[in-house]
Write a protein that binds this ligand. Structure first.
Ligand SMILES: Nc1ncnc2c1ncn2[C@@H]1O[C@H](COP(=O)(O)OP(=O)(O)OP(=O)(O)O)[C@@H](O)[C@H]1O
Ligand code: NI
Length: 332
């Protein structure tokens, strides 16, 4: 397959099964991420964002999570077909992830320098002597703005924002080509959040990384993302570039609802009122468009037929409202 994309996901379907019930967490998602690009995955809690990320790294819970269909291609490599040893070389080496609950990523009993060392050792241990290892740890701490002399300190000696910098340092230890950041700043207060985001953005540029930024905050998207996928009930309902979202006029009713209004290009968002209602039960998804029970623009056809995406250049909106628009109709 010829492609310049670093990551390509095609028609991914993921379920969780427990007892008799099956959670349809990801229902046919396709997306691509170019080198040095940042793609935002946006959507309410339960939409399936983390499940997509875990599928890329093949870290779904072993007994319950299952990929039913689709492909994940990283730098031309069919990830879902790899053996566990090859997978380990990618995980934490070429692709790393900052998990949603970052504070649990650190061991409270081990000095932070040693934790970074362990992250390094996992992949480069045999290649670095102890002097080189020490220098690399100092370098990584420097990257995230932590004075290297603090490497002997324990996690509790750091503030929330500094702890998150340590977590980011660990994720960057092996110079990944792709960084998956799952709500990396949700646990931080707003000022610190801005600092950490600015730092991540700078590092991304400096280290030539691609990034998958998982968030429910469109302000964060506006500040960091080149492309955006809005996820609802495990489907992409709107997909496009930053410009498509912030300058374009046609949006999915869910996107509009989610953000009250689309924020301006500087990322100023009025604090959003939540949309009425909840995500549908993922064990019993509605027919037609999965958003129809909550949609202010719901028509009869929405209750029965799955919408086809209206595609305008790089922008795709999967909604019956735009079915009569001229142009291409196809996949999101
Ligand atoms: N281990 C699991 N077992 C069963 N169901 C799960 C499991 N993990 C997630 N789910 C379900 O799968 C669906 C998608 O969850 P996921 O965590 O991917 O959503 P998310 O978009 O990341 O949400 P959040 O913003 O809350 O992190 C939800 O209905 C969730 O309850
Ligand atoms: Ni999540």
């Amino acid at each position: 397959m010829e492609s310049n994309n670093l990551l390509e996901i095609k028609d991914l379907k993921v379920v969780y099964t427990s007892g008799k019930s099956t959670v349809q967490a990801v229902n046919g998602i396709s997306l691509s991420l170019g080198r040095k690009e940042t793609l935002g995955l946006v959507g309410e809690t339960g939409a399936g964002k983390t499940t997509i990320a875990l599928s890329i790294l093949r870290l779904l819970p072993e007994r319950t999570g299952r990929i039913l269909n689709g492909s994940v291609t990283f730098d031309g490599v069919p990830v879902l077909e790899l053996g566990e040893t090859e997978m380990q070389a990618i995980r934490g080496g070429r692709v790393s992830m900052i998990f949603q609950d970052p504070m649990t990523a650190l061991n409270p009993f081990i000095p932070i320098g040693q934790q970074i060392e362990e992250a390094l050792f996992l992949h480069n241990g045999d290649k670095l002597d102890s002097k080189a290892l020490g220098e690399r740890i100092d370098e990584i701490l420097g990257l995230v703005g932590i004075p290297p002399e603090r490497k002997k300190e324990y996690p509790h000696q750091f503030s929330g924002g500094m702890k998150q910098r340590v977590v980011i340092a660990m994720a960057l230890a092996c110079s990944p080509e792709l960084l998956i950041a799952d709500e990396p700043t949700t646990a931080l207060d707003v000022t610190i959040q801005a600092q950490v985001l600015a730092m991540m953005e700078e590092l991304k540029q400096r280290l030539d990384m691609s990034m998958l930024m998982i968030t429910h905050d469109l302000g964060i998207v506006a500040k960091t993302c080149d492309k955006v996928a809005v996820i609802y009930s495990g489907e992409i309902v709107e997909y496009g570039t930053f410009e498509d979202f912030f300058v374009g006029e046609r949006h999915h009713p869910y996107t509009e609802g989610l953000f009250g209004s689309i924020p301006d290009i500087y990322g100023n968002v009025r604090r959003l009122r939540p949309i009425e209602g909840m995500l549908p039960d993922p064990t019993d998804l509605p027919a037609g468009c999965k958003f129809h029970p909550r949609c202010p623009r719901c028509m009869d056809i929405c209750k029965t037929d799955l919408p086809v995406a209206y595609v305008n250049g790089t922008h795709a909106v999967k909604c019956h409202v735009f079915a009569s628009e001229e142009g291409y109709h196809g996949e999101c």
